[in-house]
Design a protein. Structure first.
Length: 83
């Protein structure tokens, strides 16, 4: 059963990274980068949620938390990029 949890984390990470990429720049980054952005964003989103006392409920809640964290991650990265 643990394997399904990891699989769902990967799927949610890919989807969250793709959605965040669409929000922040209008297109995704490719499956591997979307996965990385989504997984790191999930950790960041969990931290942001804990600051406000929220918790994610179910897979949809995890997706929302991951998207929020991924968008925050991409925004932070954009602050350091030169134009």
């Amino acid at each position: 059963m643990q394997g399904m949890g990891i699989l769902w984390s990967i799927i949610i990470g890919i989807i969250a990274g793709f959605i965040a990429g669409r929000i922040m720049r209008g297109s995704g980054f490719g499956m591997f980068v979307n996965l990385l952005v989504g997984l790191i964003g999930s950790i960041l989103g969990g931290w942001i949620y804990s600051l406000f006392g929220f918790s994610s409920g179910g897979k949809l809640g995890m997706l929302l938390m991951s998207v929020i964290g991924s968008v925050a991650l991409l925004w932070i990265i954009s602050l350091f990029r030169t134009k």
